[in-house]
Design a protein around this ligand. Structure first.
Ligand code: SAM
Length: 226
């Protein structure tokens, strides 16, 4: 099957109360099945500290990370106010409200000072970023020297079998068309390699599996000025 070019899914994140409520049910089920990518954040070395989550949506991924982390605090940067309302409710249910703060804004213009975070992670959001190079520029800017990032997402070049598996595993059923538009907007490993070559990150690793990809790396240490 010939790979189709990327089709942008959304430039303004997931908005609308009904879509957000359906997405919450979908993401909760993913959490319950353990399909949430949290292990890849730990494997990348994100164990604790002041951590930024980009596009937390209803929050389960970050909240699961926070629950297992050592002394972590989480700042979720989310473009959708409706998602933030759900994430705040979920944080209360996890009894983690005191360690998490959701901020409305875009990852392409982050409302944070330089060197604010020890680490940054994101799951399932990269394919929605209108200008991913700018978003990685922002991630680089807000990370401290030696800060770690780890970004996971779907990949577009999945097999037909995987596409069907992913489609039919989505519940509630109303979310199934959204899986197809997300796959169509996702990157391939080659595209992600090219994209990362335009960012300030020098040391990166890309891993892929049958349905997704993960890029992680470390911001360069501070070099003493002459
Ligand atoms: C597919 S959802 C994934 C949510 C969550 N990370 C998960 O894995 O369940 C993508 C999220 O990224 C958010 N998003 C999209 N573009 C964004 C941007 N430019 N800045 C911040 N968040 C964004 C969307 O509103 C949505 O909540």
């Amino acid at each position: 099957m010939r790979l189709q070019p990327r089709k942008i899914e959304t430039n303004n994140g997931i908005q609308g109360e009904l879509t957000v409520e359906l997405f919450d049910r979908f993401a909760k089920r993913m959490r319950d099945k353990g399909w949430n990518g949290v292990e890849s954040f730990f494997n990348a070395g994100i164990q604790g500290g002041a951590v930024l989550e980009v596009g937390p949506g209803p929050g389960y991924v970050g909240l699961e990370w926070l629950k297992k982390s050592k002394c972590g605090t989480l700042t979720g940067l989310e473009i959708s106010p409706a998602m933030i309302r759900i994430a705040e409710k979920n944080a209360r249910e996890y009894m983690l409200s005191h360690q998490v703060n959701y901020i409305e804004g875009s990852c392409m213009a982050m409302p944070f000072a330089d060197h604010s975070f020890d680490a940054a992670f994101s799951n399932g959001s990269l394919h929605e970023w209108e200008d991913p190079v700018l978003a990685f520029h922002e991630i680089h800017r807000v990370l401290k020297p030696n800060g770690i990032f780890c970004i996971s997402d779907l990949r577009r070049d999945v097999s037909l079998l995987t596409r069907s598996f992913l489609y039919f595993s989505v519940q509630p059923k109303e979310m199934r068309p959204g899986m197809l538009t997300s796959l169509a907007a996702a990157y391939t490993v080659n595209e992600l390699e090219q994209l990362m070559a335009s960012t300030a990150f020098q040391e990166i690793q890309i891993h892929s599996d049958f349905c997704g990809l993960t890029v992680s790396g470390i911001k360069e240490p501070l070099t003493p000025s002459m």
